[in-house]
Design a protein around this ligand. Structure first.
Ligand code: ADP
Length: 604
């Protein structure tokens, strides 16, 4: 036996109490004494603990994120050195507030050693190869290849090819006709000439933001001549030319507006997508007019970007989250306004069209991202992506997709911004689940119970698993689910890990709603270019357990108690562990010490 354990280590009462509660929670599974609600564990004052346990035994707890408005149990000193957040040029103040309140230290220091061991960062997009340098316990807010959403030209190309494959009525109807120049010059010309109506287009640089470089045009000759032919390395020749929506829905002071909808992708394999229940409504600051010819250059009329309109003297800030005056509202306020003041508007139908548009847009980019993730990312734990969908409503309340932003701004310029973005940040980080990095492991008693374990997120498939994957992927032909029902009959260890991760995440969703997978998302599977096994697995799980999640969770718990999901071919070890603790009514510190010794014996 390795006797590295040192009793003098346990001096931080706060730490010991936290550990006891987290470990006890796991052990109580076997007595079925479970709190499904998140946060699950509180201190004696009723404040959430800094670590929150998984729904499953021997799966590591996640850090609880909170806001300045809420109180949280204090972070034990022993944990503090391991909660490190690396700053970047786009880490907004709102985010700094949330992460420091939740116990993280911000790393401004360029000292390489300190800097190296960060566990989370919020940064601009990285090159695909740079993801190879991300350690498996570090979390980054991007996937390689997410420029397929974020670059306007890529997004339209992806949507257009899906539209050609699956039909305009499925993939083409929710975005305005769009051409990417110089490639589509001939098609654009044909479209313009054949349309026989007076056309208005909006010209956008493919990779810009905040309304920069945008022009409204209504004659074909306004298109820059340089965009006719592909000039090598000439960015000026590249444009996205999109049909302008000339009949926008008009509200506050008869101005047009767009919606910023927040969407979170937590995993690509399997694909898991969530939508947040609030967002922003950004109004233009000049009354809209049909007379495009005489107002072509009036950016305050045509563009709804805050960065453009804040420069208009007529811009009216709104500091009231429920306020229906001013150039920015919350999304919830807009839905409320429609429900109360415009009875003809079917808000549920608008939301459902938006959800459909988001799901299809993500599926259309999935093959590219999925390929790059496979090539460059070691662990399922490492990546997630918050997307900002920009959507406009026309005067029939039909939503139109304008663009998707990777790294949507989380900065706050007003109390209204903060009221939307701070809870969003909190829920996002709780949902994705940060764990204590493994460098903690060697240092502290109890560490085995709380530290990140890479095997959970990147285990190598067994032969049996490879055969199962092939069988079900090839059985899913012609969109037939005849055989997939059995995919959840015999679950492999990797199946169980994916299901645990997914159920844990779902239980921490806060104000996010899951779009993929869901009980209603099955009909989207036929649109995947190459459907991954994990998507079939989660889809079938939703079919069978979405109306009774507790039953599904219970089933996984029973499986892990007999199947050693995290004990890698060492079921004896796991069974001994269970025998010792299954029947406990109160878990004593001494017991924990025994378990620690037990683990040290085997693993250190
Ligand atoms: P950026 O990335 O520069 O913000 P967007 O595509 O979001 O580019 O366009 C900026 C603004 O222009 C939008 O917020 C919207 O107000 C307006 N806009 C963009 N596309 C259209 C369109 N097809 N029809 C009408 N207005 C549009």
């Amino acid at each position: 036996m390795n006797d590295n354990y040192n009793e003098n280590e346990i001096i931080d009462e706060n730490y010991v109490n936290l550990m006891k509660q987290v470990i006890n929670y796991s052990l109580n599974f076997y007595n079925k004494d479970i709190n499904y609600e998140f946060p699950r564990l509180m201190d004696s004052n009723g404040d959430p603990l800094v670590l929150q346990p998984s729904l499953f035994p021997m799966v590591w707890p996640t850090v609880y994120f909170t806001t300045e408005d809420e109180s949280m149990s204090s972070v034990p000193n022993k944990l503090k050195p391991y909660l490190k957040w690396k700053l970047s040029s786009i880490t907004a103040n709102t985010m700094k507030t949330v992460v420091t309140k939740s116990g993280f230290r911000l790393l401004r220091d360029k000292n390489q050693k300190v800097y190296k061991n960060w566990s989370a960062i919020w940064c601009k997009h990285l090159k695909s190869v740079d993801f190879k340098t991300i350690k498996d316990y570090q979390k980054v807010n991007h996937f390689p290849g997410s420029f397929h959403f974020g670059r306007k030209d890529k997004l339209w190309q992806n949507l257009r090819s899906m539209s050609a494959k699956h039909g305009f009525e499925v993939f083409g109807h929710f975005h305005p006709p769009t051409f990417v120049l110089p490639h589509d010059w001939t098609q654009l010309k044909k479209y313009w000439i054949n349309s026989g109506e007076e056309l208005v287009f909006i010209l956008k640089p493919p990779a810009s933001a905040r309304g920069q470089g945008i022009k409204i045009i209504n004659t074909f000759s306004d298109i820059p001549k340089t965009s006719r032919t592909k000039l090598k390395h000439n960015l000026k020749s590249q444009y996205v030319v999109q049909k302008y929506i000339t009949n926008p829905c008009l509200l506050y002071n008869e101005t047009k507006f767009d919606l910023r909808v927040y969407v979170l992708i937590t995993s690509i394999d399997p694909l898991r997508v969530y939508i947040y229940d609030d967002g922003l409504v950004r109004f233009a600051s000049h009354k809209y007019s049909d007379d495009i010819q005489n107002n072509r250059d009036n950016q305050f009329m045509h563009l709804t970007n805050y960065s453009v309109n804040k420069n208009n003297l007529n811009y009216v800030p709104n500091h009231d989250i429920n306020g229906q005056t001013g150039n920015k509202w919350t999304l919830k306020t807009l839905w409320r306004y429609f429900n109360h003041s415009c009875k003809e508007v079917d808000v549920e139908a608008i939301i459902s069209s938006i959800e459909d548009m988001i799901t299809k847009t993500i599926i259309s980019c999935e093959p590219f991202v999925s390929k790059l993730v496979k090539e460059n990312v070691k662990s399922r734990y490492s990546c997630f992506e918050l997307l900002g969908f920009d959507i406009m409503l026309d005067n029939a309340y039909k939503p139109w997709l304008l663009e998707v932003n990777i790294s949507p701004s989380l900065r706050s310029d007003s109390s209204l911004d903060s009221a939307v973005k701070i809870p969003l940040i909190k829920d996002m980080f709780n949902l994705i689940g940060h764990q204590i990095p493994p460098n903690f492991k060697r240092m502290e008693t109890f560490a085995e119970f709380i530290c990140f374990n890479r095997h959970y997120y990147s285990a190598v498939l067994t032969d049996e698993e490879i055969i199962k994957h092939k069988k079900y992927v090839s059985s899913f032909v012609d969109n037939s689910f005849a055989e997939t029902a059995e995919i959840v009959t015999h679950l492999t260890d990797e199946d169980i890990r994916i299901l645990m991760e997914s159920e844990d995440e779902f239980s921490r969703a806060g104000r996010f709603k899951r779009l993929l997978p869901s009980a209603k998302s099955r009909h989207y599977l036929k649109y995947f270019d190459q459907l991954l096994y994990s998507n079939l697995l989660l889809d079938e799980w939703e079919q069978q357990y979405s109306d009774n999640r507790e039953k599904g969770i219970e089933r996984i718990r029973e499986l892990v108690s007999s199947r050693h999901h995290m004990f890698y071919n060492n079921s004896e070890l796991f069974n001994t562990f269970l025998r010792n603790f299954q029947i406990n009514d109160s878990f004593e510190e001494n017991d924990a010490v025994l378990v620690i010794r037990f683990f040290h014996f085997d693993y250190i």
